[in-house]
Design a protein around this ligand. Structure first.
Ligand code: R5P
Length: 291
């Protein structure tokens, strides 16, 4: 029997209330497909649309580096504090519990070890396998100014083409070769090239002078890599500056997993990124939480 068409029933459709669509607020991402936005929102957590990504993919060219000898023991306990985990498919499948539900940013380029020319990379994961593993994004190294610059850029653009088909975003990692200076001029060049050629997110290093011009010139979210291990207060100060100067979060490895207390450190980083703590406040929290 048809439902009665009374005025009371009509009210349930709220005809006087205009339908509103909610804009996707992540920088430069408003025109992306729904699946792409959904995956980005797993990584860049609303309402801040920022991320604390834990990078543990170092083994793809360095082997079992300090702090990553036993990922099951050192990293798994950190997962609940990370907004995303950047890792290789070998570590994800062998060691990361699927039930952790931490979004995975899958390392998708590789080839040479630390014994060889690092820019000589190829694509190392198909987008089908990234989809199979339920990756929220794939990561590719781009060596602007490096010996195999063009190939690394081509690796990225091929992944971007594939990513558009699958709705899986591409994070471009701007690798800095031994002979290149990490100043704002270089970082603007490298990050902008990645974004212009289609990367949905760009990862780069912090520079003390002019980092705000690097983030301003990059039309998509930029996350800061941690780099070599620093004393905790220095690392937290760098995180704070990067966020203040426009970064959408961090993708840090050694400064977390090589810390004296990685659990306390990742929480202190998160407190800066998501809760606007000052460096000293976050350091005090680190000292309180330290085991
Ligand atoms: C290096 O190529 C990897 O992409 C690392 O994920 C990256 O360097 C971030 O790690 P860290 O904070 O230790 O520099």
């Amino acid at each position: 029997m048809a439902e009665s068409d009374t005025a009371v029933d009509a009210e349930r459709f709220s005809p006087g209330v205009p339908s509103r669509s909610q804009p996707f607020e992540l920088k430069g991402s408003g025109a992306l497909d729904w699946g792409m936005q959904s995956r980005l929102a797993r990584i860049f957590r609303p309402p801040t649309y920022r991320t604390v990504m834990l990078a543990i993919d170092h083994g793809y060219f360095q082997g079992p580096t300090s702090g990553l000898e036993r990922v099951d023991l050192s990293i798994v306990p950190l997962l609940k504090y990370a907004d995303a985990l950047m890792a290789t498919r070998g570590i994800v499948r062998s060691t990361i519990p699927a039930a952790s539900c931490t979004p995975v940013v899958l390392r998708a380029s590789g080839g040479p070890s630390i014994l060889r020319e690092l820019s000589d990379e190829q694509i190392a994961v198909s987008m089908e396998d990234a989809a199979r593993i339920n990756a929220s994004a794939v990561a590719v190294q781009v060596f602007i100014g490096g010996e195999f610059e063009s190939r690394s850029v081509h690796n990225m653009t091929r992944l971007v083409d594939e990513s558009q088909r699958h709705g899986i975003p591409v994070l471009a990692v701007t690798a800095v070769g031994r002979d290149l200076t990490r100043d704002a001029r270089y970082l603007r060049l490298a990050t902008r090239i990645c974004a212009e050629l289609g990367a949905h997110v760009v990862k780069t290093y912090y520079c003390a002078e002019g980092f705000d011009t690097v983030t301003a010139a990059c039309p998509v979210p930029l996350v800061m890599a941690g780099g070599r291990k620093l004393p905790e207060l220095e690392a937290l100060t760098m995180v704070h500056r990067a966020i203040e100067e426009g970064a959408a979060g961090v993708d840090m490895g050694r400064n977390i997993f090589q810390s004296d207390d990685p659990v306390a450190m990742i929480q202190a980083v998160s407190a800066i990124v998501h809760d606007a703590l000052k460096p000293q406040e976050a350091f005090d929290q680190y000292l309180r939480e330290r085991q």
